[in-house]
Design a binder for this molecule. Structure first.
Ligand code: FES
Length: 360
């Protein structure tokens, strides 16, 4: 049976190339292009983005969330993906008004898309503690200078190897990591795991960091300089992209970082060690990570010390700091061993009062 609904004055509807309409629970994307209307479902086949809020590219409606395309009249996907279809609707014009038959929707068809390898089941391979070092210092790749935070991180990783850990080192400075493009700000559900950029850009290397955190590593040492009283900019570039991990907790109820232990190395020519550590610990705590007792080592010569050469010399030669970098590994190692051994966190978590998840 037909179910014709009045959408309003044709003259008014013509003013917009693309608009979203909601009738009851049905969302429509109504387009007007080259003198003709098209009406398709406004719900994208990907993760439900609002097609009617997107834009037209030729004859295709482009989803505003991750840019999938559907023909504005037939609802078919773009060339090569024609069978990935959103419903299209019959319509007619009568007395200068546009009517849609809500019961005429064609069938939605979603083509299977191979899941991203990062979404595989999280299963820890047997073996000893695996430690990942992440250097966030910024350098000239061709003419690198001495970095205090890198030096201490290397001390930690070398010591971890002596203890029998498998180790990996990521230097963010040498990786092609795009900045977060803020999909979360369009809608919490538009922020996917892995990040939309990882899924769309094969040259982006954030995938390696996700893989280390979610699948490979047990323990992590993140080293950072202090810049203007906060962690380095590459650290922030990384953690903004890690929003997609945290978002899985609140949107999808998925806990991706299980039994992961984090420690920090923080060094700066000037101060604010406690502020930097507090901020970084807060971030990793929100991702569900664990910390050993005394989870960071740090060094700063303070506000009035502008002689960086002396700072470099101090760190290079400081027995205490290098011993500290090793004992940080001892604490992390012990904690990670406990977590792995006990497989400590199998219970379900609530979401810390977050409202992004829907109330049941
Ligand atoms: S492209 Fe439409 S929701 Fe992702």
């Amino acid at each position: 049976m037909e179910n014709w609904i009045d959408l309003g004055e044709v003259e008014k509807l013509k003013q917009k190339e693309l608009a979203e309409f909601q009738i009851g629970k049905t969302k429509l994307a109504i387009s007007f292009k080259n003198g003709e209307f098209g009406i398709i479902s406004s719900v994208c086949n990907h993760v439900g983005g609002p097609l009617g809020d997107g834009h037209l590219d030729g004859d295709y409606v482009v989803c505003p969330w991750h840019f999938w395309k559907f023909h504005h009249k037939t609802g078919e996907g773009e060339l090569g993906y024609e069978n990935d279809k959103v419903p299209s609707y019959n319509f007619r014009i009568e007395n200068e008004k546009l009517f849609v038959d809500l019961n005429s929707a064609t069938k939605r068809n979603k083509l299977p898309h191979a899941p991203h390898p990062l979404t595989r089941k999280i299963e820890r391979e047997p073996g000893g503690v695996r430690l990942v070092g992440i250097s966030t210092t910024a350098m000239n790749k061709d003419f690198p200078r001495y970095s205090t935070s890198d030096h201490l991180l290397n001390t930690s990783l070398n010591y971890a190897k002596e203890k029998g850990c498998e180790t990996k080192l990521f230097k963010l400075n040498e990786m092609n990591i795009k900045n977060c493009e803020g999909y979360y700000s369009k809608s919490a559900r538009a922020c996917t795991f892995p990040c939309t950029i990882t899924q769309m850009d094969p040259n982006d290397e954030m995938e390696n960091i996700y893989d280390a955190f979610v699948h490979w590593g047990d323990a992590f040492i993140v080293s950072t300089p202090i810049r203007w009283g906060v962690a380095g900019s590459l650290y922030y570039k990384m953690v903004e992209r890690m929003n997609s991990i945290q978002n899985q907790e609140t949107i999808a109820g998925k806990h991706l970082l299980k039994n992961k232990v984090v420690g920090l190395i923080i060094t700066g020519g000037q101060d604010n060690v406690q502020g930097v550590a507090g901020n970084m610990l807060g971030f990793f705590a929100e991702l569900g990570c664990q910390f050993p007792q005394f989870p960071f080592i740090a060094h700063s010569r303070g506000w009035s010390a502008e002689d960086m050469e002396s700072n470099v010399k101090y760190v290079r030669e400081s027995k205490i700091l290098h011993e500290g970098a090793k004992s940080l590994v001892d604490r992390i190692y012990e904690m990670a061993g406990l977590m792995i051994g006990e497989n400590a966190l199998q219970q379900k978590f609530d979401k810390g009062g977050r409202k992004a998840s829907r109330e049941k």
